[in-house]
Design a protein around this ligand. Structure first.
Ligand code: ATP
Length: 340
C-alpha cells in the first residue's frame, strides 16, 4: 500500500474515526477548500439537490476521507450522519462489484471511492452513466437469452480521492464538477488539531507541547494523531499527573526518532541513499526504488512530496537530486562526500 491508511475495522481505524471532525466548521485549516465546499454545500441544500461529484486530490493523511464524511452530514436535514458508502479503486475489480453500491445509493448519499486513479477501465466506463444520468445497465440472464436492462438510480454524489489526479483519464476527470486539492498543513493548524484531539482523548497538554508535536508531523494530521497517541502512552507511563508537559513531549519525540523537520527513518534513508550511493544524484526513480526496496508509488506519493516541500531534494529531467540543505540536515560534509 502506498500510504499508512489503517485497514477498516482495526483499532487504528477506530482511533482515527473517533478523532475525525464531524462538521465542516470543525475542519481545521484548508481554508480555501473549506470555504468553497461550504458554498457548494449551501447551494445544494437550497436547491434540494445532491452535491455535484467531487474529486479530492493530495498526499495521504491530509483529510480527504474526513472531508468526504462531512458532506452527507452537512446535507442531512435531520442533522444525522447521512448516508455514505466506502470503497476503493483496487477493490472494484469488475463492473458487477460496483452494482451493489450504485443500487444502494439513496438520494443525496455519497459513494466514496478511495484511490480512484486505480479503477480498472471497465469499471470506470460503467461508472460514467451512473455519474452522468444516474443510470446503470444490468445484464439479466446468460448466453443468447441475456438482455440488458437499464435501471434508474437515485441522484447521488461520487467523491473520489486520489494522490495522483494526473493519472485519471480525461473522461473521468471531466465528470467531476468539483475538484479540490488538499495541501500540507501549517504548524499552527496542526497544533490546533493536536489540542482538539488531546481534549477528545482526555489528555491535558501544557505549554508548547502541542506545537512540538505539530512541528514534527510532516504537515500531516494523520502523523500528528499518531504522535499524539504515542505521547499519550508516554505520559501514562512517565507522568504521575497524566499531563503532557513540554519536557515530557520532547523526551517522547526524541525516543520516537522523528527529527526536527518531522522526517522519519524512511525519509532519511531516502536522502542518505541519494547522497552516499549516488553522490547526491541525479538518480532515476526506479534505481532509487531498488536501492531502498521501497515501491516507486510509495516514494512518489508519500516520501518525495514532503521532501520537495522542505527543499531537501529536486526532481530534474535526469533524476532525483539531493540539495545542499539535505547534506546540512543530515549533518554530512558535502566536500568530503565528493558532492559538487
Ligand atoms: P488517506 O487519503 O490516506 O485516506 P486522508 O487524507 O483521507 O488520508 P483522513 O483519514 O481524513 O486523511 O485524516 C486522518 C486524521 O487526521 C483524521 O482522523 C482526523 O483526526 C485528522 N484530520 C485530518 N484533517 C483534519 C482537519 N482538517 N481538521 C482536523 N482534523 C483533521
Amino acid at each position: 500500500e502506498p500510504d499508512d491508511t489503517p485497514a477498516p475495522g482495526t483499532p487504528d481505524a477506530e482511533f482515527e474515526n473517533s478523532l475525525r471532525p464531524r462538521r465542516l466548521s470543525e475542519v481545521v485549516g484548508q481554508r480555501k477548500v473549506v470555504e468553497r465546499l461550504g458554498i457548494t454545500l449551501d447551494a445544494a441544500r437550497r436547491r434540494g439537490e445532491p452535491l455535484g461529484h467531487l474529486l479530492l486530490d493530495g498526499p495521504p493523511g491530509l483529510g480527504k476521507t474526513t472531508l468526504a464524511t462531512v458532506v452527507p452530514r452537512e446535507l442531512d436535514p435531520d442533522g444525522g450522519p447521512g448516508n455514505i458508502q466506502f470503497t476503493s479503486g483496487p477493490a472494484l475489480r469488475a463492473p458487477h462489484d460496483l452494482v451493489a453500491y450504485l443500487t444502494c445509493a439513496t438520494r443525496g448519499s455519497v459513494l466514496f471511492i478511495d484511490e480512484i486513479h486505480r479503477l480498472p477501465p471497465a469499471v470506470e466506463e460503467y461508472l460514467y452513466p451512473a455519474m452522468e444520468d444516474f443510470r446503470v445497465d444490468i445484464v439479466m440472464g446468460e448466453g443468447t437469452g441475456a438482455r440488458t436492462v437499464s435501471l434508474n438510480i437515485e441522484p447521488f454524489t461520487v467523491i473520489g480521492a486520489t494522490t495522483r489526479s494526473g493519472m485519471l483519464t480525461a473522461p473521468l476527470r471531466d465528470r467531476f464538477v468539483n475538484h479540490e486539492r488538499v495541501e500540507y498543513y501549517e504548524v499552527s493548524d496542526l497544533a490546533e488539531i493536536v489540542r482538539r484531539n488531546a481534549a477528545k482523548l482526555g489528555l491535558t497538554v501544557e505549554g508548547d507541547a502541542a506545537e512540538q508535536l505539530a512541528r514534527r508531523s510532516r504537515g500531516t494530521p494523520r502523523k500528528a494523531n499518531n504522535l499524539l497517541r504515542w505521547c499519550r502512552d508516554f505520559t501514562q507511563v512517565h507522568s504521575e499527573r497524566g499531563v503532557l508537559t513540554p519536557t515530557l513531549a520532547a523526551r517522547a519525540l526524541e525516543m520516537r526518532e522523528v527529527d526536527a523537520l518531522g522526517l522519519e527513518d524512511q525519509d532519511r534513508r531516502y536522502l542518505r541513499t541519494i547522497i552516499e550511493a549516488f553522490a547526491g544524484g541525479p538518480v532515476g526513480l526506479s534505481t532509487l526504488s531498488h536501492a531502498l526496496s521501497v515501491p516507486t508509488d510509495t516514494l512518489e506519493d508519500e516520501v518525495e512530496p514532503y521532501l520537495l516541500r522542505c527543499g531537501l531534494m529536486q526532481r530534474t529531467s535526469r533524476g532525483r537530486v539531493a540539495t545542499v540543505r539535505a547534506w546540512e540536515h543530515l549533518g554530512l560534509d558535502r566536500a568530503a562526500d565528493g558532492g559538487s
